[in-house]
Ligand binder design. Sequence first.
Ligand SMILES: [Zn+2]
Length: 97
Amino acid sequence: MTECKRCGGETREGIAFVTMNLPAIGSTGGGIFSMHGMNIPGVENLGEETTRTANLKWREKTGKEKGWIIKTEEEKTFNIKGRRCLECGFIDFYVAE
Ligand SMILES: [Zn+2]
């Protein structure tokens, strides 16, 4: 078990990500709520917005050059993980290769 650096409490592992609310593509409106004549304004679009998640990444230049015709700086990309303290909420982030 990894202890919290701040209070020494128990921590739990998780991953960092972002969410985006995107309106559904090609929505005709109405949907199931327009059946049976139940067309409630403002309600018919419920659930048609989709929530997409994307993992947070970390990118860094390694300082090395790759390629022998066109030199480009080598980059490394990692997923960001973290441990959240169950006691105080402190999050300790790190990358996972
Ligand atoms: Zn803590």
